[in-house]
Design a protein around this ligand. Structure first.
Ligand code: PLP
Length: 378
């Protein structure tokens, strides 16, 4: 049998190994060193807009520290887009706070401005103003940045921009990862670029970077001995991992181009089938890195369901996966308040993520095309 075709697998550019070797040769095998600083500098210049970047051990750690920097404590409430990966919401619970989930809007699949405002008003009426809003650029598609920012400013509630899936995406020409009061990135193995595991906290405020690094390195006070006035964390990125990140930065834009080509590939295939919509930008304000290419399947028109597609692909050793199951439908969050309707739920019911890697070979694309065309033609 051919080797498995994955949704999204690591894709090295070539320079990664040299940065890692250098770390070994200079014995910087530690959670600090020239690669960590170099990777941060490289991200800062890529993102622009006065970004300050703290490289961390994961995107989840970055969200956790973002909540701490914004003063989220036990008993607080934090609004979070419901349709997302659980890592967007879990750190709210690490802090002893309560997630308040909000539905998506159908154009970007991200947090709906109307339901967001409804949630804020109702939480305030119930006696508690939410401490932060976690908005996500799902699958690389920017959320409605202007509309969400307007609400954040009106109610003076800061935004944590979860850009874990959206490095290389832009909104009105400006890079995702520069829109939040604090933004986060992920470099997990399946993301657009990887450090094997890693993440970053991004802010326009240099004090956020300084404090994130302080907390991520066990909150050591300035003293020759180990002195602590606060609870710290072990969240810094390794200098080895950062070496991989420096190499990946050299190919980031190329990989975005290749992912966007995969999206085009699926548009061509499903252009020949009725009832299947490939997820694309609603207007030219939005530019998605198309981290994952996703489709919505209307079985009444197409004659097959998203699950039929998933099974047909699995039988051919091709990975595909349902969309993120909304958090308000997850057993672990069943008691969390929810504002919205069934937009996210409906997307989850009929959606599917398809192999989207920047490293898919021509034979693999032919195979994907054949399996999909067979289903479409029957
Ligand atoms: C991957 C991801 C995260 C978490 O990042 P890790 O580096 O895996 O901890 C957070 N939010 C979203 C939307 C993600 O896709």
């Amino acid at each position: 049998m051919d080797s498995k075709i994955y949704l999204s697998s690591p894709h090295m550019g070539g320079a990664e190994q040299a940065f890692v070797n250098e770390a070994f040769q200079t014995n910087w095998v530690a959670p600090l060193g020239p690669n960590v600083v170099g990777f941060e500098k490289s991200l800062e210049s890529y993102l622009g807009h006065g970004s300050h970047v703290a490289a961390l051990s994961s995107g989840t750690a970055a969200i956790h520290l973002a909540l701490i920097l914004l003063g989220v404590e036990r008993g607080d409430e934090v609004i979070c887009q419901s349709m997302t990966f659980s890592a967007s919401a879990n750190p709210i619970v690490y802090q002893g706070a309560t997630p308040i989930f909000v539905d998506s809007e159908p154009e970007t699949w991200n947090i709906c401005p109307n339901y967001l405002e409804e949630a804020i008003k109702d939480r305030i009426a119930k006696g508690k103003k939410p401490k932060a809003i976690i908005a996500v650029h799902l699958y690389g598609m920017p959320y409605k940045v202007d509309a969400i920012k307007k609400i954040s400013e009106k109610y003076e509630i800061p935004i944590i921009e979860d850009s874990a899936e959206a490095l290389g995406s832009t909104y009105k020409g400006r890079k995702c990862g520069t829109f939040g009061d604090i933004s986060i990135l992920s470099f997990n193995g399946n993301k657009i670029i990887t450090t094997s595991g890693g993440g970053a906290l991004v802010s326009r405020n240099p004090k956020h970077k300084e404090r994130a690094i302080f907390l991520a390195t066990q909150a050591r006070d300035a003293a020759p001995h180990y002195q602590h006035s606060e609870i710290g964390y072990n969240y810094r990125l390794s200098n080895i991992s950062a070496g991989i990140g420096r190499g990946q930065m050299e190919v980031l834009d190329k990989h975005v181009g290749l992912r966007r080509k995969m999206n085009q590939f699926y548009k061509e295939i499903f252009g020949r089938a009725g009832g299947v919509k490939v997820f694309s930008e609603p207007t030219s304000d939005f530019f998605s890195n198309h981290w994952l290419s996703c489709i919505l399947v209307d079985k009444k028109i197409s004659g097959f369901s998203n699950e039929d597609l998933r099974v047909a692909m699995a039988e051919n050793n091709i990975e595909s996966r349902p969309l993120w199951k909304p958090m308000h439908l997850q057993p672990v969050f069943k008691d969390a308040p929810y504002y919205g309707d069934t937009v996210a739920e409906n997307l989850f019911e009929i959606g599917l993520c398809l192999p989207s890697g920047s490293n898919l070979r021509i034979e693999e694309k032919v195979k994907i095309n054949d399996v999909l065309m067979q289903l479409i033609d029957n």
